[in-house]
Design a protein. Structure first.
Length: 101
């Protein structure tokens, strides 16, 4: 999810991409959010509905997503800034289909 001042929140899926310092030197992985997905905010809960075949990168092996976590970051520039780690959740394993919205 991305929220800028005076704008409606935008929800995205996708995978992290390498930001290089030279053609062969990966400095960090940045999440670009290259696929628009459905999402909502209700109170303190953010829900993002990203398909298994398009939202996380493929292939998904089995029916469990391992080490699922969430991070919140702040930045000034959408592509070049390094993120400031603001908050994170403990990782957990998620059995696909175990929660219905």
């Amino acid at each position: 999810m991305e929220k800028t001042a005076d704008a409606v929140p935008q929800f995205h899926g996708g995978v992290a991409a390498c930001q290089t310092t030279t053609p062969t030197n990966c400095k960090i992985f940045q999440y670009r959010g290259d696929t628009a997905v459905d999402g909502s905010i209700s109170g303190n809960t953010i829900t993002i509905d990203a398909g298994l075949n398009t939202g996380f990168g493929v292939p998904i092996d089995g029916s469990t997503l391992h080490s699922v976590t969430a991070f919140t970051f702040g930045r000034n520039d959408a592509y070049d800034d390094l993120y400031a780690d603001v908050d994170a959740t403990q990782p957990f394993d998620y059995a696909v289909g175990s929660v219905k919205g």
